[in-house]
Ligand binder design. Structure first.
Ligand SMILES: [Cu+2]
Length: 83
């Protein structure tokens, strides 16, 4: 019984951790794309920068799903295929 509980807890933890690791990965992809000086309009650049900052803030607030959503929008503008 104790062992089952431990397994359940570790599975739950693993699921949360997988999500939490997604945001930094997306942020890195965005940073990498920005480092290559992509051809974006000024408005797009502003949007990407904002989404990137929002994503990081949401990630730090523990709202990983929302963070992934915001970062996903930035990645779409940058034409990054999410892995
Ligand atoms: Cu996160």
């Amino acid at each position: 019984m104790k062992r089952m509980l431990a397994l359940g807890v570790s599975l739950l933890f693993a699921a949360g951790t997988a999500m939490a690791f997604h945001c930094p990965k997306d942020m890195k992809q965005i940073d990498d794309a920005l480092a290559k000086k992509p051809k974006l309009t000024e408005a797009q650049m502003k949007e990407v920068t904002k989404l990137r900052a929002d994503g990081e803030a949401l990630h730090k607030a523990g709202k990983h799903q929302e963070s992934v959503d915001e970062l996903g929008k930035a990645m779409k503008i940058l034409n990054i295929k999410s892995a």
